[in-house]
Design a protein around this ligand. Sequence first.
Ligand code: DQQ
Length: 664
Amino acid sequence: MAGTASHPLLPTTAVTAASSGCGGDPACARRAVGFVSILFASLSVLGIASILSAGVGVLSPGKIPAMEAERDGSARVPQMAPWEPISRGLIAGVSEKTSGAGTTYSAGYRGGFPWTNDMLQWQRTGFHFQPKRNWMNDPNAPVFYKGWYHLFYQYNRGGAIWGNITWGHAASRDLIHWLHLPLAMLPDQWYDSNGVWTGSATVLPNGNLIILYTGSTNTTSQVQNLAVPADPSDPLLINWKKHDANPVLLPPPSVLPHDFRDPTTAWSDPSDPSSFLLAIGSKLDDRHSGVAYVYATEDFLSFRLLPGVLRAVEGTGMWECVDFFPVSVGGQIGLDTSEKAGERVKHVLKASLDDDRHDYYGIGTYYAEENKWVPDDAEMDVGIGLRYDWGKFYAAKTFFDRQKRRRVLWGWVGETDSERADVSKGWASLMSIPRTILLDSKTGSNLLTWPVEEVNFLRTRSYQFSSVSISPGSIVPLNIPATAQIDIEAEFQVEHAAVESTLEADVGYNCSTSGGAAGRGMLGPFGLLVLADKELREQTATYFYVSRAADYVLQTHFCQDESRSSGASDIVKRVVGHTVPVLNGEMLSVRILVDHSIVESFAQGGRSAITSRVYPTKAFNSAKVFLFNNATSASVKARSIRIWEMDTSFSHNLEANIQRLKQI
Ligand code: DQQ
């Protein structure tokens, strides 16, 4: 990762909240400033540290009330049988699929939080992709075909926990408004009866579309299967045909039958235009190495394992959902998966690590003739260095959108509440906002992931604030209407003098092992509190923390603290994040998408991203936004803050929407 030799600083001036925009309405701005100063004064007196570190209340246990209807109004039968914790997936030959909040539901109805219908219904998102009901996991075979974006996904039509995996399917004109379509593939053959698992789409040079996916067989072996559209002229790709020759690829003898899954999109073999190459993830048992094998094929029916491996990294365990794609050096466009390696083209290798459930990538050079990918920096190899996202984000997959010449990334954002709560609400998991993915032309050593431009079309009313000073140990409320769907862009500067006079601070700082937003250092933390109730008993903090090493090098950490996000205790709450490169002359910038139970944050134009799931019990329906600075000595100035309310995008009326979207 690019080091941070210097830091963006401006001379400090004694600035107070100079303006607080309300879409240009001066009277509103005056009211806002007044409100800010009153609350600012009272919060300063109370003391920010006590507010940020206040423990969440212990909430009395009780019976879970049934949720009567989902947001689309359809009635649903609540599933309320008590149970013991069950491992989901391991027995079927795939990793653990529980939320991680498993230890608490062993307490069953005795210890879980008494969610109300209102709380659970509020958790459903307004502009993130999610099926109408039930369980979802990995994004599968995203593709642009005959004018439509398609998203398939791992889906359990039987309930809100993992199992009986089929392929859900939806289509969109703009990656934001979706038509929920009939299931694309069911586990109805011996070679996928234990689950139609993850796969990828390839658009062939003649425009034909194929899908290769993993089938978990009737004996839980993992085999690869071919499927094609039953009617290639149908832009909505409603019906799919599994090939008679399935399974088309079995695990090689050296690979355990449970460790061979998730084929990538195929790319043209640079040395043989009639042949395609594709990668499949696995694990080598010696040294617990994750590995990507490459196969060559001409017809997607017979395959040849290439000698060697694309990459193997010791200690990283099973590689799921491998992705392999080219990125342009210095360019602002995405590249087709078959783009050849060259001076202006690097290759990204991504693996989803079954061991720790995070998506890691490396940037390097692809030597096709040697069937080898080599990272630019060995310390940033796959599985040990860079991640797409430092929060809850897994099994991601990209596709090349030839309409807009961009590469788009989808990631699975699971739940961090209990399965018991998921069953009560009737659904589990979201997809991340689709993100464009580019090589960072400034650092050259990381990717930039950023919400696709279509997200901006959902922005409605906006509020603007500028030059807001946040003195050490203070919290500043931002006077906007309480809402759970917002898009925030903010830029911060740390007081120059404080940084200059800090010779050494928090060497070895780490978001996860620090005290989170409540920890106090000389140069941080500072940032925003979202999904907060007005007394700040609940809050999710997105913040920067600047540290200085003994060699005078400044490092900026970008973190998200979930630990006070909910009063419920049967939830996994963590402090997550990592260092983010900040170059000379840059301000510290953040974008935060808040959409009910998801907070998706991006720092420095997408050099780092953090996604959290949050389940407020007090802040829901009245979510507020605050600025905070918990540094002990540095003043921070929020140079600009822009907040947009966000429209809702989900569309459940299939027929009406097909007609409407066909017009776009
Ligand atoms: N999910 C699928 C597998 C994949 C895993 C099964 C990753 O194909 O390895 O639902 O979450």
